[in-house]
Ligand binder design. Structure first.
Ligand SMILES: [Mn+2]
Length: 334
C-alpha cells in the first residue's frame, strides 16, 4: 500500500498513482532528438527511485511519433504541407491531441499527471487535457486551472507572428485560444472546454522573447517574471508573488522547460540560453509548488540527448531533482 504524498494534494483524489506520459515527439521542433528525452529520463531510473520512496505507484503511457501516429500522417513536407507558415501542422496537431486525451483520461480520475517531452509543442496537449478534466470535475470557474510556465522562452507566438513556423514556439497561443484552428486536422479538435485562462497564467525564467511575443504578453495582461526579475528580487520573492497572484484555491499545472535552467545545469537541450536559473532556484520553484498542495500536473520537456551527449547525465540529474522536488521527495527541509 502506497503511503500518501507528504503534502496532501487538495485537487487530487487518486493520491497514490503517478501517471507518467512519455511524449516521444519532436515534430514541433526544427530538429530531432527531443523525442529521445522521455526514454533517457525513464532509463535513468528516477521513477524507480520515486516508487521506492513509497509515495507513488507509477503508471506509464507511451506516445510516440513512429508508433502512435503510424501511417496516419507522415511528417515529411510532402504529405503535411505548411499551413499559414506552420511546419508539420497536421502531425503536431495529432500528436498534441493524443497527449491531450491521455492527460485528460488520467486527470479526470484525479491523478497527478507527469508528461515527459518531447518538444514543447506538446504543451498544447498537456494544458488542454488538464483544463478539460478540471472543468468536468469541478465545473465552471470554481476550480479553474492555473498554469506556471517555467521557460527561457515565452512560446506564445501565433502562426502570424512566428518567424520560424515551428509550433514548439506556439503552445501557449493554441492552448489559450489566442491562436485558432486552421481548418481540418490542424488543431480543429480544440474546443472552448480545452482552453486555459491567461489571467491564471504566470511565466518564470523568460530571457529570450521575440518582440511580437512581448506585445502579446502586454496586450493580454499576462503575469511574467523574467530572469532580470529573478536576479533583482530573488527566487523566493518571485515565487511569493507568483503564488499570491494565482491565489490559494486553484489547481496548478506547471509546464517546465529544462532550458529555463542555465546551460551549466541543463546543456542537453535544443535552444539553451545563458543567464538562466541555477539548479537550486529550479528546485526551489518545484518545492514551493509542492508545498501549496495544489499541484496537479507537471510537464518536463525539451531534453535532447543528441545535444552535448557527454553532458546528458548532468541534464538528466537536474531534471530528476526538479521532478522529485515537485513530488515532495528528498527536499523536505529547504
Ligand atoms: Mn518552451
Amino acid at each position: 500500500m502506497a503511503r500518501q504524498a507528504s503534502t496532501a494534494a487538495k485537487f487530487l483524489t487518486d493520491h497514490s498513482c503517478l501517471a507518467i506520459i512519455a511524449a516521444r515527439f519532436s515534430c514541433g521542433a526544427p530538429r530531432g532528438g527531443a523525442e529521445l528525452g522521455p526514454g533517457a529520463l525513464i532509463d535513468s531510473r528516477i521513477f524507480s527511485v520515486i516508487q521506492s520512496k513509497g509515495s507513488y505507484v507509477c503508471s506509464f503511457d507511451n506516445l510516440s511519433q513512429d508508433k502512435s501516429l503510424g501511417n496516419a500522417i507522415e511528417s515529411s513536407d510532402d504529405s503535411d504541407p505548411d499551413v499559414d507558415g506552420m511546419k508539420s501542422p497536421r502531425t503536431v496537431s495529432l500528436a498534441a491531441k493524443r497527449v491531450s486525451e491521455c492527460v485528460y483520461a488520467h486527470a479526470r480520475q484525479g491523478r497527478f499527471v507527469m508528461t515527459l517531452g518531447g518538444d514543447h509543442s506538446m504543451g498544447i496537449g498537456t494544458l488542454t487535457g488538464s483544463a478539460r478534466a478540471l472543468r468536468e470535475r469541478f465545473g465552471g470557474t470554481s476550480a479553474e486551472l492555473s498554469v506556471l510556465w517555467v521557460d527561457a522562452h515565452a512560446d506564445i507566438n501565433t502562426p502570424e507572428t512566428s518567424l520560424s513556423g515551428r509550433i514548439h514556439g506556439m503552445p501557449v497561443a493554441f492552448a489559450s485560444g489566442l491562436a485558432k484552428s486552421r481548418g481540418k486536422n490542424v488543431f480543429d479538435w480544440i474546443t472552448e472546454t480545452h482552453l486555459i485562462n491567461l489571467k491564471k497564467f504566470v511565466y518564470i525564467g523568460l530571457r529570450d522573447v521575440d518582440e511580437a511575443e512581448e506585445n502579446l504578453i502586454k496586450e493580454n495582461g499576462i503575469k511574467a517574471f523574467t530572469m532580470d526579475d529573478v536576479r533583482r528580487q530573488g527566487i523566493q520573492t518571485i515565487m511569493d508573488l507568483a503564488l499570491e497572484y494565482l491565489g490559494d484555491r486553484t489547481p496548478i499545472h506547471v509546464s517546465y522547460d529544462i532550458d529555463s535552467l542555465d546551460p551549466e545545469w541543463a546543456p542537453s537541450t535544443g535552444f539553451p540560453v545563458t543567464r538562466g536559473l541555477s539548479l537550486e532556484e529550479g528546485i526551489y520553484i518545484s518545492h514551493r509548488l509542492h508545498k501549496t498542495g495544489n499541484l496537479i500536473a507537471m510537464d518536463l520537456v525539451e531534453i535532447n540527448p543528441l545535444i552535448q551527449p557527454s553532458k546528458l547525465g548532468k541534464t538528466l540529474e537536474s531534471a530528476a531533482s526538479v521532478i522529485k522536488s515537485a513530488l515532495g521527495i528528498d527536499r523536505e527541509d529547504i
